[in-house]
Design a protein. Sequence first.
Length: 206
Amino acid sequence: MLFDFAKTPPEQRYKLLVGLVTPRPIALVSTRGRDGVVNAAPFSFFNVFSEDPAVLALGIDGREDGSPKDTARNIRETGCFVVNLVDEAIAAAMNICATELPPHVSELPYAGLTAAPCAVIDQPRLAEAPVSLECRLMQIVVLPGGRDLMLGTIVALHARDGILDDRLNVDPQRYKSVGRLYGPWYARLGDRFRLDRKPAEEVMKG
């Protein structure tokens, strides 16, 4: 099957991309607006793209009426945000945070999540998250369809005690991350397999 995206409506592109580009990491983004309300919302158009500088990107669409979502508004107003990663322990809470509550209502009490102070930026992280990335807004690219592509510089990282060893390797038994699939479906980490990279000479020998 071939889909020429120049001829494919955006809603069909979305369905194809979120259904086939899987699993995707989930950014449970926490921000505090100028009104003091703490907002938490999940986004799966997200990933990290560089370590020097440490940069991540979030794709945040607007509401159906064209107005900005709370997360996008807060990031624009404050210039910083926190990406909290999602594991099995907070997956249900993350799903509650996806509910579109009024702007003056925080998702945290309904999701059973707790705001905790950051080390570098003046924004809240989520105490229950296995990993929190403190970010300063680097750049916003407004895409033609209206989605904001927000680039953030990671200035600090919080990791739950026990998920990293002394060499900073992840313990998969302690860090059980969750990936986004499509619709209501999510994925746990299943069986793993190892592929060691071969030297070029060995590959070329066949």
